[in-house]
Design a protein around this ligand. Structure first.
Ligand SMILES: [Cu+2]
Length: 314
């Protein structure tokens, strides 16, 4: 029995179980079938490739990404419309972004002009591509964990961080196809103790990010009408690094945006998903200064700093 997507808007309380109820309302009873365990899919990121299975079951999926590279990496999953393949994506979508980026990088166009060019170059079918989450930015040597609900289909998995030379990682090999099978993992929805709601003008947090392990529910309440949707990444801030600098760096259309080296140590995050969906990330917080930041967040103030106190503190 397939689970249809649930488009109900998630409430604003920490009733994380409410979305589980929402999904199960669409689901026929699984007679005689016990809830199974977390379905973990391991991903190894390197400079510049992803090592993981080519096909995985649908349903709740917990991605565990180990960054063995020397640069930060992330992955965004995009579900392709019927009949489109990774070759079409690379040819039509990848080239459009590459051309717009080159015109910006060389100074041939300003940001507004490059944005307009991108709009002209992207194929009409790009409007049917659905961002379906993924693991946010992960620092070298770190492991990050994000859970998402995946429908069957053909997906593109990509990282569009840039090298020190301003080249997208996707162009260098971090763009691959992923098949999500009809068969479901039947894994349960994770349970969270912190909730983040992403809207177009705020990151709203409920729950206490004290030292220790937390599972954070990330709810997608709305997205800007044009351009990239909302997502969230966890950055550990060192020295006197200002979160405003990190937020500005998150914008790929900035010349040094998303370019190595990263201005903070990122610990994962939740990539964009459709409105009404919830992703979960599990993080281990040590005492220190952190920030939640969204891509293209600087102009909208979508970043939030917080401090994790030592548990020995009064
Ligand atoms: Cu990368």
């Amino acid at each position: 029995m397939r689970v249809r997507s649930c488009h109900a808007v998630v409430g604003t309380t920490l009733a994380v179980a409410s979305l589980a109820g929402c999904r199960q309302a669409d689901r026929a009873p699984d007679e005689g079938r016990a809830a199974s365990e977390t379905h973990v899919v391991e991903v190894t990121a390197r400079d510049y490739s992803f090592d993981m299975a080519a096909e995985i079951p649908s349903g709740w999926t917990t991605f565990l990404m180990n960054n063995e590279g020397e640069e930060h990496h992330f992955f965004l999953l995009s579900r392709l419309p019927e009949g489109k393949t990774i070759v079409d994506y690379g040819t039509d979508v990848g080239v459009a972004y590459g051309t717009a980026w080159d015109s910006l990088r060389t100074g041939a166009m300003d940001r507004a002009e490059a944005g307009q060019l991108l709009g002209q170059l992207l194929p009409e079918w790009y409007g049917s591509v659905v961002a379906m989450g993924g693991v946010g930015l992960v620092a070298p040597g770190r492991v990050a964990q994000t859970s998402v609900y995946l429908e069957p289909g053909t997906y593109v998995m990509e990282c569009y961080m840039k090298t020190t030379d301003g080249v997208f990682h996707s162009v260098l090999g971090m763009e691959r196809s992923l098949t999500v099978a009809e068969d479901s993992s039947d894994a349960p929805e994770p349970v969270a103790d912190i909730a983040i709601t992403l809207s177009n003008d705020a990151i709203t947090i409920e729950g206490e990010p004290n030292a220790g392990e937390h599972t954070v529910a990330v709810r997608f309440l709305e997205h800007p009408p044009v351009g990239l949707g909302n997502d969230v990444h966890l950055a550990r801030l060192t020295g006197d690094r200002d979160i405003v600098d990190v937020a500005r760096w998150m914008d790929w259309m900035e010349i040094d945006g998303l370019e190595a080296p990263a201005p903070a140590e990122f610990l994962g995050g939740a990539e964009e998903m459709p409105v009404g969906y919830t992703a979960y990330l599990t993080v281990e917080l040590e005492p220190g200064r952190y920030g939640w930041v969204t891509e293209t967040s600087a102009g909208r103030g979508l970043f939030q700093e917080f401090t994790v106190e030592s548990s020995a503190s009064p």
